[in-house]
Design a protein around this ligand. Sequence first.
Ligand SMILES: C=C(O[C@@H]1C=C(C(=O)O)C=C[C@H]1O)C(=O)O
Length: 474
Amino acid sequence: MTPEFPAPRLSALTLPLSEVPAAAEFARNPDVRRLLGSADPATWIMRGKGIVGLGRVAAYRVRGGTRFTSARVWWDELRQDATVYDSVQRPGTGLLAFGAFAFAPSSTVDSGLMVPELVIGTDAHGAWLTLISTGPSEPTVEDVDAAWRRLVRAAPAVARPEEPDAAASSYPTAVPGTLDEQRWMEAVADGVGMIRAGELDKLVLARDVVVDTGRPIELGAVLGRLSERFATCWTYCVRLGPEQEGSEQEGPDDGEGAGRLLGATPEMLIRVHRGTATARVLAGTLDRQDLPDGANPEDFAGTELGGSEKQQREHRFAVDSLITGLSPYADEVSGGEHPFILALPNVWHLASDVTAQLRAGVDGTLPSALELAEAVHPTAAVCGTPTETAGAVIEDLERMDRGLYAGPVGWLDGAGNGEWGIALRGAVQLDAHRARVSAGCGIVAESDPRAELAETWAKLRPMLESLPARWDRE
Ligand SMILES: C=C(O[C@@H]1C=C(C(=O)O)C=C[C@H]1O)C(=O)O
C-alpha cells in the first residue's frame, strides 16, 4: 500500500545565520535548544548543536518492505527538481528532510520523510539557516526574515522535571502496553529456550508501556529536558504528517501530536559526512542503579561490562551485523575491535565506533546516508542474529507492532549527507497527554528474564522522567 505522493518543486536558500537580520539576537548564542519553544519542532540535537526544523513544505509517507527505496525515489525526484542557493555548503545545508522508518516491513505504521520550511543548523564551524519554499523563484532575505518571525518562538527558560527523578524501578503512571511484565518475562524465557536449542544466536526483545501525564505534554520542555540531561545522546523529534491515513496534504495540526516520535538516542546507526560513514554500535548494558554502595563507578562498569564474556559476545553480534551491512559500500571498514564503556545518566553501555570510507557505485555516485541506513538496518543491536530468524521470532514473541521504535530516525540533505540514529530511549505520542514508550534488551543463551525486565526499566527511565517536564516560566 504505497500512496503516490508527487514530489513538489522546491526552492531553498541557505545563508550563514549572521546574514539574517531577524535572527541577530539568536545568532549571538546560537544554541538550537533555544528554538524549542516553537510550535511542532523537528529536532536532531547533541550538546546544543544540530538541526531544528520548523513548519513543513512537503512530506512523504509509506509502508512496507520498499519503504526506504520509495522514500529515496521521492527524495531524489524532489532534489533534482529543486533550485538550491547555498552559500554555506556543509553537511545539512541546502535542501534537508527529517525522517523516521518503521522497524519492520510488516508494520502498519507509516514511515517517511518531511521537509521543513525553515531549518536552523549549527555545527563546529558555525550556524546557518535554510528557507525552503514551494515554487521555482529564489527565496529572498526578506522571505527568510518573515519566516523567522512567523515560525520561531524562543523557549521560555530552562526545562525542569515536574517530578523529582524517581529512584523506584516502576512508575505509577506507566501501564503495560502489549504484554504485562509476567508475560514479557515468559517471552524472554521462550527466546532463551530457542537460543539454547540452536535456533538462533541472539535476539532483542522489547516491550511497551503507556504513560499518561495527566495534562498536555509540553513538547519543547520535554525535548529541552532530554537534550540537557542526555547531552551526549541525539535528541530527536519528528512528526511525519497529518494523522489522516494516506493523506499527502499537510492538514491542520490537530494539536494532539499523535504519531510524533521523540527521544534521546545514544546509538548512531549511520552518519555520512562527505563520503565518510561512521556508526556508534551499542550492545551490553548495565543499570547505574545496580552500583553497589561505595563502589567506584568506572571499576564497576569495567568489570561488569568490559569483563563479561556474555556482554562482549552480545556486543560482537551487533558490531558484526553493522560491518556486514556496510562492507559492500566501502573500501575499508575500521573499528569495533576494542569496545569502550559509554557512560549515560541512567546506564552504561558497551560501545564501538566504526568508520568506513565509502566507495562510489557503478553510477559513479557515493551511497547516501539513507541508502546506507537501509543497508545496515536492523543491526543485531535491535534485532538479532541471524537477522531474518530474529525478526520472525520478535514478531512472534513480542506480539506487538514496534512501529517507529528501533527504526532509523534522523535527517538527510540533498548531497547524500545525513545522520540516522536508532529510535531508542523514545516515545510515540498517542494524543495530547499520552505516549507509548518502548525498550528492549539483547537476549543470549545465559539471559535471565528478571534481569532483562529490570534492564527495560533502566532504558524506559529517560522518557518516563522527561515526559512530565514543564517550562520554568519564572
Ligand atoms: C533495544 C534497546 O537498546 C539496545 C540494546 C542494548 C542491549 O541489549 O544491551 C543496548 C543498546 C541498544 O543497542 C533499547 O534501548 O530499547
